[in-house]
Design a protein around this ligand. Structure first.
Ligand code: DLL
Length: 432
C-alpha cells in the first residue's frame, strides 16, 4: 500500500528538481531568519542564490549536536514563538535536553510522512494502532499518533509501560498494529507468554519498531514470538521524530522521505561526502521545516544509501538498517564493535534469551568486555558442566565472528533489566 504515489514513486529526475527548488528556498530562509546560520554561511562565503545544483550542498557547513546545545533552548528557531505550536525535546544523558520546535505546517508534514510509514506497514483506516512509545517530550508517542490519525486508523494512545494493561487492551480493543521500541516489544512478548493469555484471541498483525538499533535476528525473534510482521521505523527528534524513514515489504532498507529530508553519507573523520552504497555517517538537511530547519545535521548514525527503484515500486532512496551510532561504537583492544553485532551473535544461540548487557571496563590501558547473557528459562536448570560448555561456545563464536575476546557471564532469567522505552545495552565503567 502506498500513501502518496505521486511522491513515493516519482522519477529521480523530478525528485531532484523538487529537491533543488526546496533546497534553494530553505537556504535562503535560514540565511535571512536565523542569525546562527547567516554567520555560518557567511564564513564560507555563501551568498543567497549560490545554490545551482544539489551537489552545491556539499560546500555548506554542518550542524552538530553541540551547535544545538550552544543555542539552547530556542536559538536556532527560524520563526517567532507565536508560530511555534509544539516543542519536543530529547533527553541527553547529561545536562540540558535538545529542544526542537514545530509550526502548524511542520506538524502537518510530520503526520504526512508518518502516514506513509504506516501504509508501508500495511495499515490503513481499518487499522487499530496501539501507540506504546512514550508520550511527552519524546517524539515517539505523539509522532506515530499523528500519522495514525492522518490515515484514519483508530488510535489507542497507551504510551509506554503498564504492560499487563497494554496486553489486556490489545486483546479487548482488537489492536492490529503495535508501535514501541523493539526491546519493549520483546518484553511485552515475554509477559504475554507468561500470562497464560490466549494469543489466538489477539488481532495484532504488524508492528512498527524503532528509536534504537536492533539486529535482523532480533526482528526474527519478535516476529516469531508475536507472530506478526515487524517493520523498522527510523527518525530523530532534531529532524522531525519517528517517520523520517521506514522499511517496506521488500525489506531492502528503509525508504527516506527525501522530499522533506535530504540524506548524505559522509566519512565521519574527513567529512567528505561518500558515494552511493558506501557506509558512513548519515547527515540530513530538512527542506520544508519552518520552525526548526537544519542544514547538514550530523546524526552520528551509521548507514549507506541506495537509489535504485525498490521491488515495492517506490523510488524513494533507501538506507540500510542502522547498525549503530559513531558514539555507540566500542573499541575493544583495537577492534570496532557495535552492540547490535554482539546481539546478532547471541541470538544465534537458541539457549540465550534476547536480553543482554555489555559491560566495558579498563584494565590498565586495555578495554575489557564482559557480556551478560540471560538464559532462557528452560536452560537455566541445566547442569554446571552444561552451562560452562555453553559459555565457552558463546565466547568462541564472539571471538570468531567479531574478532574480540570477551568474558561471558550467563545469568538467570529476569536478571537483565527490561525497558519500556529505549534500552540501555552498554554499561561503560571506563567513564566512571
Ligand atoms: O527515537 C524518534 C523515534 C521514535 C524513532 C519512535 C522511531 C520510533 P530520538 O530520541 O531523538 O528520536 O533518538 C534518535 O535514535 O539518531 C538513532 O540513533 C536512534 N534510532 C531511531 N530509530 C532507529 C531505528 C527517536 N529504527 C536516535 N534503528 C537516532 C536504529 C534508531 N536506531
Amino acid at each position: 500500500m502506498i500513501w502518496n504515489q505521486h511522491i513515493e514513486c516519482m522519477s529521480r529526475e523530478d525528485m531532484e528538481a523538487l529537491q533543488l527548488r526546496r533546497l534553494q528556498e530553505m537556504v535562503d530562509r535560514i540565511y535571512y531568519n536565523v542569525p546562527f546560520y547567516r554567520r555560518k554561511l557567511q564564513e564560507v562565503g555563501f551568498m543567497p542564490g549560490d545554490i545551482r545544483h544539489l551537489s552545491d550542498l556539499s560546500k555548506l557547513p554542518f550542524t552538530t549536536k553541540q551547535d544545538l546545545r550552544d543555542n539552547y533552548p530556542f536559538g536556532i528557531f527560524a520563526v517567532p514563538m507565536s508560530e511555534v505550536v509544539r516543542v519536543h525535546a530529547s533527553s541527553g544523558t547529561t545536562g540540558k535536553p535538545t529542544v526542537v520546535g514545530y509550526s502548524r505546517k511542520d506538524l502537518d508534514n510530520w503526520a504526512e510522512v508518518t502516514a506513509r510509514c504506516l501504509y508501508m506497514a500495511n495499515t490503513d483506516r481499518q487499522g487499530v494502532v496501539q501507540v506504546a512509545y512514550g508520550y511527552g517530550l519524546f517524539t515517539g508517542g505523539l509522532g506515530i499518533h499523528g500519522g495514525a490519525e492522518r490515515i484514519g486508523a483508530s488510535v489507542i494512545p497507551m504510551s509506554g509501560g503498564n504492560t499487563e494493561k497494554q496486553l489486556m487492551l490489545m486483546e479487548d480493543f482488537g489492536t492490529t498494529l503495535l508501535g514501541c521500541t523493539p526491546s519493549y516489544a520483546m518484553h511485552m512478548a515475554e509477559v504475554l507468554e507468561q500470562s497464560g493469555m490466549d494469543r489466538s484471541r489477539f488481532k495484532i498483525k504488524y508492528g512498527v519498531f524503532g528509536a534504537e538499533p536492533w539486529s535482523e535476528r532480533m526482528r526474527k525473534q519478535i516476529e516469531d514470538r508475536w507472530q506478526i510482521k515487524a517493520y523498522d521505523i527510523y527518525g530523530l527528534s532534531e529532524i522531525m521524530g519517528p517517520g523520517v524513514a521506514n522499511d517496506c515489504d521488500a525489506r531492502k532498507g528503509l525508504h527516506i522521505h527525501e522530499d522533506h529530508f535530504y540524506p548524505e553519507i559522509i566519512d565521519p573523520a574527513t567529512e567528505e561526502v561518500l558515494p552511493e552504497g558506501k557506509k558512513g555517517e548519515l547527515v540530513f538537511t530538512t527542506f520544508t521545516k519552518e520552525a526548526f530547519p537544519l542544514l547538514r545535521y550530523r546524526t552520528r548514525d551509521i548507514t549507506a544509501l541506495h537509489r535504485e527503484t525498490c521491488d515495492c515500486g517506490r523510488t524513494l532512496v533507501r538506507m540500510d538498517k542502522i547498525t549503530g551510532r559513531t558514539d555507540d561504537m566500542l573499541i575493544i583492544r583495537g577492534v570496532n564493535v557495535f552492540p547490535t553485532q554482539v546481539e546478532s551473535v547471541l541470538l544465534e544461540f537458541g539457549e540465550a534469551a534476547p536480553h543482554y548487557q555489555l559491560i566495558v571496563e579498563r584494565e590498565g590501558t586495555l578495554d575489557k568486555l564482559t557480556i551478560e547473557v540471560e538464559l532462557s528459562a528452560a536452560l537455566f536448570s541445566d547442569t554446571v558442566t552444561g552451562l560452562s560448555k555453553l559459555e565457552a561456545r558463546i565466547r568462541r563464536r564472539i571471538d570468531s565472528v567479531l574478532g574480540i575476546s570477551a568474558d561471558i557471564r550467563l545469568v538467570e532469567p529476569g536478571r537483565v533489566p527490561r525497558f519500556e522505552g529505549k534500552s540501555k545495552r552498554v554499561i561503560d565503567k571506563r567513564e566512571i
